[in-house]
Design a protein. Structure first.
Length: 144
């Protein structure tokens, strides 16, 4: 998808309305239109990147600082919330909008939201050799 068709690029350009929290030359924080919980908002770069796998490093450095700022602001706006940050990279990870975005999701006691883990996944720890094998696979992988 190019920036021309991208819904978040349209939000950046003001072609689609959004409720902005803050913005600067590089990024924009705005409310998610389908909030999972009250306070759910998004942080995006103004430049179009699909996700963390193709994003520019200098932009990412800026974004992490602003993500922390947004987390602190949401935390200050509410009492007793935990803040979940999530980024989906790719369709199989659940990414629907193919423009890099960080979710800022307030979590409250007994809210009806969370990652779904497979049944019984903690029944046994992974054997050390298996962890070494997988770590080796990742360690030795070269970026595409
Ligand atoms: P994803 O599933 O790609 O990680 O998350 C995309 C997020 O964008 C969803 O939480 C969805 O509610 C939000 N979203 C989709 N379209 C719009 C829109 O037009 N405006 C806003 N503010 N949020 C949107
Ligand atoms: Zn875009």
């Amino acid at each position: 998808m190019t920036g021309d068709e991208c819904i978040f690029c349209k939000i950046v350009k003001g072609e689609i309305p959004s409720t902005i929290i803050f913005q600067d030359d590089i990024c924009m924080a705005f409310m998610d239109i389908f909030p999972i919980s009250e306070g759910h908002c998004l942080l995006i770069p103004k430049e179009h990147f699909t996700n963390l796998l193709d994003a520019d490093e200098a932009v990412l450095q800026h974004l992490i600082t602003k993500l922390s700022l947004l987390d602190r602001k949401v935390s200050a706006a509410y009492n007793d919330v935990g803040i979940l940050n999530a980024v989906a990279n790719g369709e199989y990870a659940g990414q629907e909008v193919p423009h890099l975005h960080f979710h800022v999701i307030p979590r409250r006691p007994n809210d009806d939201f969370g990652f779904r883990y497979p049944e019984g996944y903690r029944d046994s720890m992974a054997p050390r050799e298996e962890l070494e094998r997988v770590a080796g696979l990742i360690r030795n992988a070269t970026e595409a």
